[in-house]
Write a protein that binds this ligand. Structure first.
Ligand SMILES: Nc1ncnc2c1ncn2[C@@H]1O[C@H](COP(=O)(O)OS(=O)(=O)O)[C@@H](OP(=O)(O)O)[C@H]1O
Ligand SMILES: [Mg+2]
Ligand SMILES: [Mg+2]
Ligand SMILES: [Mg+2]
Length: 351
């Protein structure tokens, strides 16, 4: 039956993203509190952390356990170049520890972990196995282990994004948003609390803070959101899933648009001009990462605009999961020319 295709893939992917969110929460608490020396810069000056590598290793390892007969193919953001440098052995050790701590929790998420802890080589192999080139034919997973790493290291919003692509089409998308609560009102409460407490060096996210995981399967006409397992303990988290839909507001004067926090990632002046010209009056909602897609999918905002500077090529892992979730929640995603995003063009770019 058509609707049941990929149900195992979706089930494993949702559990896996839940588990990855738990890894990220642990690392974010440590980073924001203390271990700032474990934030590394990549060649383009963007940050990368134990969580980026740790999630990539964990997702890669679990997918290859569950779908080994499929010759799992994964396109993902990170590689092992920095981690393999002699000077970075303690960083590598932190990654291995975080992967093993995460996999040890696998049964809590209904997944099977390894019989014994993974060694350094196994972790490096799991990260570097995600080197597929993607392309127009066949099936491959796309992973952004931590999207919005800048938000992540600032103790703010970030997302774990996993998607499955077949013959150039996004079939499944799962978006974990550990700092994006199930209800928008809780976010406002959190932000007020954050401002009040911003002079504290310790993590500000208390146990009351709730994150969510969104997911959708292409063609199902449904998109779903569930709370983080980590926030609910092992209690009934799957039954707490709720359907989400994009906003029904179609008057630009009542609409809110989302955009990146960083001006260097998208021109704020260009979007302000565009918003003004179509009658948008409200202030933009600036949020790090694919949480912007999450905000649109459940109707917290109506429009998402991103216009990178000339020369920057968008990566498929920054969009795939978000696009299918928005579409199944009733929304539309296009490039600046009004065309659908093209996920068949290989690992490094959409048009
Ligand atoms: N120059 C430039 N222009 C456009 N986009 C860029 C650029 N540099 C990076 N990136 C990618 O954008 C991801 C974060 O983008 P956001 O749209 O969420 O921006 S922001 O964090 O809110 O400022 C971010 O994803 P992560 O690396 O996963 O954090 C980058 O892949
Ligand atoms: Mg990204
Ligand atoms: Mg990333
Ligand atoms: Mg990055």
């Amino acid at each position: 039956m058509e609707t049941e295709r990929y149900s195992k893939e979706l089930d494993v992917a949702v559990r896996l993203v839940q588990m990855a969110c738990s890894l990220c929460q642990r690392v974010q608490n440590e980073l924001v509190g203390r271990k700032r020396d474990e934030i590394k810069s990549k060649d383009d000056d963007s940050p990368v952390t134990v969580a980026d590598w740790g999630v990539q290793a964990t997702v890669s390892w679990v997918l290859s356990q569950y779908f080994s007969s499929d010759n799992v193919s994964i396109v993902a953001e990170e590689d092992i170049e920095t981690l393999s440098k002699k000077d970075n052995s303690s960083l590598l050790e932190s990654v291995v520890n975080s992967v093993n701590a995460c996999l040890a929790e696998a049964p809590t998420f209904g997944l099977e972990g390894p019989a014994k802890a993974l060694g350094i080589q196994e972790v490096l192999e799991a990260i570097s196995r995600c080197n597929s080139n993607g392309g127009p034919k066949g099936k491959f997973w796309v992973l952004d282990p931590v999207d919005g790493t800048l938000g992540f290291v600032r103790g703010d919003q970030y997302a774990v994004a996993l998607a499955l692509i077949e013959d150039g089409e996004v079939i499944l998308g799962v978006l974990g948003c550990p700092n994006y609560p199930m209800k928008k009102a809780w976010l406002n409460y959190h932000q007020r609390y954050y401002r009040l407490m911003s002079n504290l060096s310790s993590p500000v996210y208390g146990s009351w803070h709730k994150g969510c995981v969104m997911y959708a399967r292409k063609g199902s006409g449904e998109a779903w959101m569930q709370p983080l397992v980590h926030d609910y303990g092992n209690f009934d988290w799957q039954n707490r899933a709720q359907k989400i839909q994009v906003s029904s507001i179609n008057d630009p004067a009542l609409a809110t648009f989302c955009e990146p926090v960083e001006k260097t990632n998208s021109s704020h002046s260009f979007t302000a001009g565009l918003a003004h010209s179509v009658g948008v009056k409200k202030q933009p909602l600036r949020v790090y990462s694919m949480v912007k897609y999450a905000a649109i999918a459940r109707g917290d905002a109506e429009i998402f605009m991103k216009f990178p500077r000339a020369g920057y090529k968008e990566k498929i892992w920054d969009h795939a999961a978000g696009v299918v979730i928005i579409q199944e929640a009733g929304g539309v995603v296009t490039d600046a020319g009004g065309r659908p995003l093209d996920f068949s063009r290989g690992s490094l770019e959409t048009p």
